[in-house]
Design a binder for this molecule. Structure first.
Ligand code: ZN
Length: 319
């Protein structure tokens, strides 16, 4: 891996000839990682960052470095920090799963601009209070990062335009260029209802979206499916992982996440088996040492609550 350049938003690494990972600089308005691949005649971009400004910068660098025009943009999932730069790629073919497009339409709604600005300012003020009152260093740092990223989104709000995927697929899509092929895989939904990752079989590189993140309490949508997705990814011949957040890594990123999800699942199931309420479960839970430095504005508690509720609901609906 060689470092190619550094912009205001990201650090660009070349992973293999024609394959690039754009790693977000924390708090600078990119928020999540992206990447691009020279297919031979065309250029494919994976995810578009959290602001139009960062998306435009990504496209500019991608086209300059490869000398090709962007033809495809992949949206790994619907979260704003991965798709709010889509407008920089409006003239390209934007690809996602059908469920990601559905959720994009339903969840990413920008109403009256003045009200959106007012609400974002309110949210930022609230974060400020939390930062002032929080003594835990890791949580404080996470809150500060959230504040910085949302401030960048606020600056770009007046020009933000939501641009939807135009081509949808379900489980697998292969794009073959003259130089190389990329595979888009959706094995279900772990982080959201539908998560896509991109696999380059020749190079053994995968751009994982938020299915893999580094040292982060990433939101978990469905723990069972998440586990099954990670198990299937493990079977694939992948050496290099580009996570949705954090630095480029290897299989250990996958293993670490797998262990994390198992801890969450096992402790939640045990608490339910012992009839512990959610409050006593959270109170009694000791975060394993491996995760004490992981970032997240609410630490591990958000995921513990979500997974406890997930199984509690599953139990209550069992006939
Ligand atoms: Zn996400």
């Amino acid at each position: 891996m060689t470092r190619v350049t550094e912009t205001d938003f990201f650090i660009l690494n070349c992973l293999s000839e024609g394959v690039y990972a754009a790693i977000a600089k924390p708090g600078h308005g990119a928020w999540s990682n992206a990447g691009f691949v020279d297919l031979g005649e065309e250029l494919l971009v994976f995810d578009s960052f959290s602001t139009p400004s960062a998306g435009i910068e990504l496209r500019r660098h991608a086209e300059n470095i490869t000398g090709k025009r962007a033809k495809y943009l992949i949206n790994s999932h619907y979260h704003g920090d991965h798709v709010f730069g889509n407008q920089a790629f409006e003239d390209t073919t934007i690809i996602s799963t059908s469920l990601t497009k559905k959720w994009f339409i339903e969840k990413n709604v920008i109403g009256d601009l003045e009200r959106e600005i007012e609400e974002t300012e309110k949210y930022l003020n609230n974060l400020k209070i939390q930062i002032e009152n929080n003594q835990e260093q890791v949580i404080r740092d996470s809150l500060i990062n959230q504040f910085n990223e949302m401030s960048k989104v606020l600056v770009d709000l007046p020009r933000l335009k939501l641009v939807l995927p135009t081509v949808i697929f379900e489980e697998k899509l292969i794009i073959e260029g003259s130089k190389r092929k990329v595979e888009l895989h959706c094995l279900g939904g772990g982080h959201t209802l539908s998560d896509t990752f991109m696999y380059l079989p020749e190079e053994k590189i995968a751009f994982m979206g938020d299915l893999v993140t580094e040292n982060l309490h990433l939101p978990i949508y469905n723990p069972d499916e998440y586990k099954s997705i990670l198990r299937q990814v493990k079977e694939m011949d992948i050496i290099t992982f580009v996570p949705g957040h954090g630095n480029v890594g290897n299989r250990e990123q996958l293993n670490s996440l797998e262990r994390y999800i198992s801890v969450l699942i096992n402790s939640s199931l045990q608490a339910l088996e012992n009839n512990h309420s959610i409050d006593s479960f959270l109170l009694e839970f000791t975060t394993p040492k491996e995760y004490t430095e992981w970032r997240g504005v609410n630490g591990i508690k958000d995921n513990l609550t979500k997974i406890y509720n997930f199984y509690s609901l599953a139990n209550s609906t069992k006939v």
